[in-house]
Design a protein around this ligand. Structure first.
Ligand code: DC
Length: 225
């Protein structure tokens, strides 16, 4: 069986992370969460007092970023210079920061090689916004996963637990999608050859099953084996 590159792009809260993780496990593939890389840049910039609007200074942070991933049990932990920042990168404030720094062309350019290196050799599920269009345009299986705004906001609130406010989350999701989809460089959009998947009407298990079938076909394995 060939070990291919699988990309999953789509807006915030569409279920990408969960689907990517389960799909990677089922296929025995590695997982590459590219959003975590932009989140790490935003976090480091903020800690150094660099404004998220400062493209050059954020690009400098991106170029020097020392990021590693490690699965601890079921969770994909993210380390920056050896520090576990898995929780710190996922606050609502840092999410907006990640979206802002990701709109700067020099930041994206600085992270391109890093992402390609991390995905080298195939046998990897990559998730993000532009992984099928820009980072791995030759990927053999591409998906664009989405869901209605309301469903995505509901999921995010559930993730955030008791601190989650639905209306505020919905506003933040709209703001972030608008920025991610309208930026000049590598905007979030489906690759021409991506399979479009709406997760509003399916369970995560059904989505994973459908994606796995496509990947197995593309990798040259008979579906269902
Ligand atoms: O997937 P996520 O929510 O963790 O991503 C955080 C931000 O990073 C998102 O708002 C846009 C940006 N991003 C990007 O521009 N390109 C990617 N491939 C992944 C994420």
């Amino acid at each position: 069986m060939r070990r291919i590159v699988v990309t999953i792009d789509g807006p915030a809260g569409a279920g990408k992370s969960t689907v990517a993780k389960q799909l990677a496990r089922r296929l025995g593939y590695r997982l590459l969460d590219t959003g975590a890389i932009y989140r790490a840049v935003a976090l480091v910039a903020h800690r150094r007092g660099i404004a998220w609007t400062d493209a050059e200074a954020c690009a400098e942070v991106a170029r020097a970023l020392d990021i590693t991933f490690d699965f601890v049990g079921d969770k994909n932990h993210v380390f920056v210079s050896g520090e576990d920042v898995s929780g710190a990168i996922r606050t609502p404030e840092n999410s907006q920061g990640a979206s802002q720094v990701s709109a700067h062309p020099p930041v994206r350019a600085a992270l391109l090689d890093l992402q390609r290196r991390l995905g080298e050799g195939g046998g990897v599920v990559v998730e993000g916004r532009d992984t099928g269009t820009v980072v791995f345009p030759q990927a053999q299986a591409k998906f664009f996963l989405t869901a209605t705004e309301e469903e995505r906001a509901r999921r995010r609130v559930a993730e955030l637990g008791s601190g989650g406010d639905y209306e505020k989350t919905l506003r933040e999701i709209r703001e972030r999608d608008q920025r991610d989809a309208s930026r000049d460089v590598a905007p979030m959009k489906p690759a021409e050859d991506a399979v479009l998947v709406d997760s509003s009407t399916q369970t995560i298990e059904q989505v994973v099953e459908n994606l796995a079938r496509v990947v197995e076909e593309r990798a040259g394995v008979t579906a269902g084996r």
